[in-house]
Design a protein around this ligand. Structure first.
Ligand code: XIL
Length: 325
């Protein structure tokens, strides 16, 4: 089988990519598979570009770990997806402790977004097409599952305007980057997806820069939504692009041959959905091997959510992706 990114490029000018994280990069078996543009054309840092990692103290920026990921992407010609700029989790306490009024928090957001986006501007330098597609998850997980705005420090201080503040600063800092809002449970037709569409429409009506929506896609084996394509089309109809940004499909352990077969079908279904809508620019798995998946620690009793097992063997899920492509 050819590499998944090779297949994605040929099948529809899309990319196949993965999240990765700094501690994993000392594992040379891991990096020997990761650093192959034919397999992965895009990289997302799993943690090292988040606020707590990048700006742990006000105005103090620590880019070292993020730079390692950016350099890895750049040196292999891979697109970099910056992740993420404004999110309610993995925030340093100096941001969350309600120290700031609206004016102060606006400046805090502007400084953070401007400095980080400017630092990674135009990376990677590998290929022009890829450069153009350099993307940022500017806003991460702004919505509750019922479609209302999440009441985090940003919303509670600034209302919905924090989204405009961040997007505007990101556009000014890197006019070529695709600016995204990323969330989960917006992959299927329902009130949260409708709320995201309404948010996009209101930003567009106010001339706020917004290029795309990230559909995280943390699914469960046998429970992949049936309305993926219909839902994607609704986002495409808004005149924006979108991406599958954090795909994994977890199962209740222990894994069985039957569950692995269902997982193959499920990966096929998701990748095939992206291929069927031209505005879907690519698919990113939230790491590619079970060895480094975030699932077991976050969803106790669940695991085996990625296309490679923890001994780096390709699972049936890998074939499901390859067949779709
Ligand atoms: C996860 C990382 O994978 C973990 O290592 C970390 O402990 C918590 O965050 N949605 C997102 C990602 O947008 O940033 C999250 O990543 C997974 C859920």
């Amino acid at each position: 089988v050819e590499g998944l990114n090779y297949l994605a490029r040929n099948a529809g000018k899309k990319y196949f990519g993965t999240a990765t994280d700094n501690p994993e990069l000392t594992d040379t078996t891991y990096t020997s598979i990761l650093e192959n543009y034919e397999m992965f054309g895009q990289i997302t840092p799993g943690n090292s570009m988040k606020w707590d990692a990048i700006e742990p103290e006000p105005g103090v920026f620590t880019f070292t770990d993020g730079d390692v990921i950016a350099e890895l992407a750049s040196s292999n010609g891979m697109m970099l997806r910056g992740h993420n700029l404004v999110w309610y989790e993995q925030l340093p306490s100096w941001v969350t402790d309600n120290n700031y009024n609206a004016t102060g928090l606006t400046e805090v957001i502007q400084t953070h977004v401007t400095t980080e986006v400017a630092h990674y501007k135009g990376q990677p330098y590998g290929q022009i097409l890829i450069h153009v597609r350099h993307a940022w998850d500017v806003i991460n997980e702004p919505l509750n599952d019922n479609g209302t705005m999440r009441e985090d420090v940003f919303y509670n201080t600034l209302g919905t305007s924090y989204i405009e503040i961040a997007l505007t600063a990101a556009r000014a800092a890197d006019p070529n980057a695709k600016l995204y809002i990323n969330d989960y449970n917006i992959e299927y037709v329902g009130e949260k997806s409708t709320a995201m569409q309404n948010l996009i429409k209101s930003l567009q009506a106010a001339d706020v820069p917004i290029d795309g929506v990230g559909l995280e896609s943390h699914f469960i084996v046998g429970e992949v939504p049936t309305t993926l394509v219909e839902n994607m089309q609704a986002f495409a109809d808004l005149g924006i692009e979108f991406a599958i940004t954090e795909l994994d499909i977890r199962m209740e352990l222990p894994e069985t041959a039957e569950l692995l077969e269902q997982q193959k079908t499920d990966f096929y279904t998701v990748v095939n959905a992206c291929l069927s809508v031209s505005q879907c620019v690519g698919v990113t798995v939230w790491d590619w091997t079970d060895k480094y998946s975030w699932i077991p620690s976050t969803f106790p009793g669940y695991g085996a959510a990625t296309p490679w097992d923890d001994n780096y063997q390709r699972k049936p899920a890998f074939d499901g992706i390859a067949i779709a492509l």
